[in-house]
Write a protein that binds this ligand. Structure first.
Ligand SMILES: N[C@@H](CCC(=O)N[C@@H](CS)C(=O)NCC(=O)O)C(=O)O
Length: 194
């Protein structure tokens, strides 16, 4: 979702190949043996295998809504937040969503730990409309898909927590044109027969 959001706003043209993670096509594993999505194959032959690399690449080409942080200080905030998001928060999110996969009876302690960071995001959103500042930016696009997953695990619980700014920020994302566009279903890519 992150990569799709950035590719969309940048307006770069690309071919979207939808794959089933349960049956990854051989050509995908040839270009990217680690077997995660997204993967972007460039015409130069270079392969980008991390969503953030794809986002940066797209926005370096064209950043009409100025998503990229515009100062060294804002890059530092971005990098610090992303380390927390992709590290500790993602670990809590996965254990909250899928406790059985981690041998846990339930994910509630991880919900509590994840919620500490979400409260901090809510505090940030009290003083600025978006995480990136007065307008939506790269940081928002990176964080929103994970907060959405966390919220969807138990929406009723999420909505009644004392983080009204976060609830509003997430709702605005889910109601945006960009979200609707990137959620559009694509048919599975069928590799050409050789
Ligand atoms: N750090 C990577 C994470 C990519 C990742 O874990 N993607 C998941 C789907 S969201 C995946 O492909 N998992 C492999 C699988 O389920 O087989 C990135 O941001 O691109």
């Amino acid at each position: 979702m992150r990569a799709r959001l950035a590719l969309r706003v940048s307006g770069v043209t690309y071919e979207h190949r939808e794959v089933a993670l349960k049956a990854k096509p051989e050509p995908m594993l040839v270009v990217s043996p680690k077997g995660t999505v997204p993967v972007l194959c460039l015409s130069t032959g270079e392969v980008l295998e991390q969503s953030l690399d794809i986002m940066r690449w797209a926005l370096m080409h064209n950043d009409p809504e100025r998503w990229l942080p515009c100062s060294p200080a804002s890059w530092t905030v971005f990098n610090t937040t992303l380390d927390r998001l992709d590290g500790e928060f993602k670990a809590d999110l996965d254990r909250y969503k899928y406790p059985q996969r981690f041998g846990l009876i339930d994910g509630l302690s991880h919900r509590t730990q994840g919620a500490v960071w979400l409260m901090a995001l809510d505090t940030q959103l009290q003083s600025s409309a978006f995480l990136a500042g007065p307008t939506w930016g790269l940081l928002d696009a990176c964080v929103a898909p994970f907060v959405r997953q966390f919220a969807r695990t138990d929406r009723v619980w999420f909505e009644v927590q004392p983080w009204p700014h976060l609830v509003q920020w997430l709702a605005a994302f889910e109601n945006s044109e960009a979200f609707v566009a990137v959620m559009r279903k694509h048919p599975l890519w069928v590799p050409p027969q050789v």
